[in-house]
Design a protein around this ligand. Structure first.
Ligand SMILES: CN(C)C(=N)NCCC[C@H](N)C(=O)O
Length: 288
């Protein structure tokens, strides 16, 4: 099993993550809190109350876990394609796999990455939602003092299953949308590259960026449900399950609630995934 894809997936994911985390914080707040009136209002309030550091809340765990999560995504995707088509990453330009195979490999990678991502994503979302400024002497401390304290508190207060709150919504979000992610990337690379040749850097950037937008646009409704399920249980249980979360959110806030965060998510997805795919391709060419 080629391991380069796993390592390339890890490094490229970490680069994308640092670039996109501030946008991700704004998206999570818009999806789960009602105190913000749009993207700009949310950014201004975070900056005023929590300083620039507020945008980077909850980033340490994703940085630590991206090694597992993104290397599972890209490694499983590439190795599933290898099993389905018997072509390695280097041979795939000359013998392009079918879109059905790309979709199946993307869904497999998406499903397995979601299994690894679930507890890390939960902790990220809980920390991103803490609106307290940095602890000052005399001010009440935030509920969670950091990622490890957050994990330990969830384990103690909500039980081991609490660490997997929202995991079903996450798996349903990531399985088909990662199929869409890789199909969009491969499709655009093929459209813009003469047969058999390697795509240029500009093509990889644009195809990666649009792959991010296409996958996140389709993922947004389940992303909203996932974030709300993850915040549920913090004080009291508001939802009985995923369906109940969808029905009560739509009843209380209208159908538009399922698209909350779409604009900021798409704006975040382009640069993050352009950088992710460019560094992934370069690393594989460098090692190949
Ligand atoms: C729609 N979904 C779940 C994805 N496209 N996932 C792939 C993640 C890529 C990158 N780390 C990001 O956060 O955009």
């Amino acid at each position: 099993m080629p391991v380069e894809e796993f390592v390339a997936g890890w490094i490229s994911g970490a680069l994308g993550l640092v670039l996109g985390h501030p946008f991700d914080t704004v998206k999570v707040r818009l999806q789960t809190q009602t105190m913000y009136h749009g993207i700009i209002d949310c950014m201004v309030k975070i900056y005023r109350h929590e300083s620039l550091l507020g945008f980077f809340k909850g980033m340490s765990f994703p940085i630590a876990s991206i090694a597992v999560v993104n290397s599972v995504l890209f490694g499983v995707y590439s190795n599933t394609l290898l099993m389905l088509t018997a072509t390695s990453h280097q041979d795939r330009r000359a013998q392009p796999p079918s879109y059905v195979h790309i979709f199946m490999a993307g869904c497999t990678g998406g499903f397995l990455q979601a299994c690894c991502l679930a507890p890390f994503d939960l902790i990220k979302v809980r920390l991103q939602n803490q609106t307290e400024p940095r602890a000052k002497p005399g001010s009440p401390p935030p509920r969670y003092r950091g990622p490890v304290h957050c994990a330990a508190s969830i384990f103690r207060e909500e039980g081991p299953r609490g660490l997997f709150r929202g995991a079903w919504a996450l798996m349903l979000r990531d399985t088909p949308t990662l199929g869409i992610y890789f199909i969009t990337y491969e499709g655009l690379c093929r459209q813009c590259t003469p047969g058999g040749q390697t795509p240029s850097s500009a093509t990889v950037l644009v195809a990666g960026g649009f792959a991010g937008i296409a996958s996140w646009a389709t993922a947004t409704p389940l992303d909203v449900v996932k974030s709300r399920m993850q915040m549920d249980g913090l004080r009291r249980r508001a939802y009985q399950g995923m369906l109940d979360c969808i029905v009560s959110s739509v009843r209380q806030e209208g159908p538009g609630v399922l698209f909350r965060g779409l604009t900021i998510n798409s704006a975040r997805a382009f640069p993050v995934n352009a950088v992710t795919f460019l560094s992934y391709e370069y690393l594989l060419r460098f090692w190949g």
